[in-house]
Write a protein that binds this ligand. Sequence first.
Ligand code: 5GP
Length: 211
Amino acid sequence: MRNNKTVRNGILIVVSGASGTGKSTVCSRVRELMPELGFSVSCTTRQPRPGEQEGREYYFVSRDEFAARIERGDFIEYAEVFSNCYGTLKSEVLEKIQNGKDVFLDIDIQGALQIQAAAEKDELLKACTEFIFIVPPSLQELEQRLRGRASDSEAQVMQRLEKARHEISFWKKYDYVIENDDLDQAVTDMVNLIRSLHLAVKRMPEDKYDA
Ligand code: 5GP
């Protein structure tokens, strides 16, 4: 049936996960498989890594510039992660959503919680935002994975595990949880989930199937 009369809004897909759960790998594989997803390029004060390009992975800015952007109200959310600031720009998200494009946000938990709070006061965000959380199959499995990184000391492994335990405790704040036991399965689960999100009646134009 192709009688949709009004353009639907896009979906803002917010993905976070506990440290060490392979979130970045899952997210980049999903983006490869779903090139139609818009990606929001964040601002960060961290230095570019080799191979990263200004405006592709991030907009790399100084701390002063970041502070000025906070002052101007440029961000939907921002947070300090590993001693660097990261922020999602309104300009990267709102217009795309209003034009029916889905936007994929890979951000930390503090940022996701800020978007949830913003959505409480903003009808557009409320209707368009879905929160996905990536978890390891178990803490035991995560510990094994962390120990597999030969570069980390025992103290670092314990520190990372504690951090992950704390992060996992936020899982109920999210709408969906994806367990990354097997990478291919986790990627398939996320692709299927995102496709299913389009089937939600609440997001369809009100006159979509009206005669
Ligand atoms: P990285 O420096 O490795 O690219 O990212 C470090 C962490 O910052 C990741 O967990 C990533 O999800 C998070 N991050 C990236 N961009 C943003 C953003 O705009 N806002 C928030 N809150 N976190 C972000």
